[in-house]
Design a binder for this molecule. Sequence first.
Ligand code: ZN
Length: 97
Amino acid sequence: MNCQECDSQNIIKNGSIHNGKPKFMCKDCGRQFVENPTKKIISQETWDLVDKLLLEKIPIAGISRVTGISEPWLQKYINNKYENIEQKVNVVKKKAL
Ligand SMILES: [Zn+2]
C-alpha cells in the first residue's frame, strides 16, 4: 500500500476509525487515511491545466492551489515528465556530418 498523497510506502498503522477500519499514517508527508478508500481521480483536463501552468512558470505551490492536486503529486508528475523528456532527447541521434 502506498500513501495516497505522496505515494510513499513508508506507512504506519495509526489506530482505527469509527467503524473499526484500520487507519494509517504516512511517515513522509503525515497524511492519514484508511485502506481501500475511494480513489482520488485527477482528470486529464486537470493535468492539461497543470502543463499550461508549468509553461507559465507558476510555482508548484500555486499550481497545487489552482488544481487541488497536492504538491508531492505534482512533484512526482513533473519528475516523471522530465525523465521522459530526457529519455527522448537521449535517443535522438545526431546527424553525421
Ligand atoms: Zn505521504
